[in-house]
Unconditional design. Structure first.
Length: 238
């Protein structure tokens, strides 16, 4: 009960701050004028590694992924990103169960790590049964060719048939599963907040030709960095 009262007091206080004269009153006739909380916790952000705080010892810290070889439902260029819909891969993220809904790519990376962009960032969008979203962000750098990335590139070609094809999500994730976690938002409209982000700093490689294949479709589809506004960035693992 106490935290409910505190939350009510906070809302009242925020409204009062905006409304001035009507101190302490919630104006239910003009709810559209209530201050929105939807611009305070946006993504992406620059991850300042030295400022990240270590996770509490009593937090379940693992990022376990299984059934990583998953059937491809659809590979599409949806007008703002290359996206792969797939539905079998599951994850246990900080002790809660999620299922992968889709993944897509941004160029250059949306998140930066100590100010550094990577050529490409993959967003693996996981959904819990109650609708909660957890997105795993993976950085891609130039190096060895990536078989799973090639599957995506091949399936984008006109006439490609993805029926009965699978993709190994594990090939698109780094072996080191240390991550930075914070609460943010979708990075495309409607920019919904309260999205859990898990940004893996260990990059995965693609060949130059593979990176170029993604960049040929979207040389730039990354949202600009958003202010942290005091949110904690929590470090798990290495
Ligand atoms: Zn994204």
């Amino acid at each position: 009960m106490r935290h409910l009262l505190a939350a009510t007091a906070l809302v009242t206080c925020l409204v009062a701050g905006a409304a001035g004269a009507n101190e302490g009153k919630l104006d239910y006739a003009h709810q559209e004028k209530w201050p929105s909380a939807l611009d305070r916790a946006q993504s992406p952000i620059d991850i300042v590694t030295a400022a990240a705080v270590a996770a509490d010892d009593n937090e379940p810290q693992g990022l376990q992924i299984w059934r990583s070889v998953s059937p491809i439902d659809k590979v599409e260029d949806n007008g703002h990103a290359v996206q792969v819909d797939t539905h079998s891969t599951e994850a246990m993220i900080r002790g809660r169960h999620f299922t992968l809904a889709q993944f897509h790519f941004h160029a250059a990376s949306e998140h930066t790590i100590d100010g550094k962009h990577y050529p490409l960032e993959g967003h693996f969008v996981f959904k819990a049964q109650d609708g909660r979203l957890a997105v795993i962000g993976v950085m891609f750098a130039e190096g060895e060719a990536n078989a799973a990335a090639q599957t995506v590139i091949d399936d984008l070609k006109p006439g490609a048939d993805v029926a009965q094809k699978t993709i190994d999500i594990g090939q698109l994730l780094p072996k080191q599963r240390g991550y930075y976690h914070y609460l943010g938002s979708l990075t495309t409209p409607p920019l919904t907040e309260n999205v859990e982000w898990y940004v893996l700093p260990a990059p995965v490689t693609m060949s130059k030709a593979q990176l170029d294949a993604f960049l040929a479709r979207y040389p730039r589809n990354n949202r600009k960095l958003q202010p942290l506004n005091g949110r904690p960035v929590i470090r798990y693992g290495n």
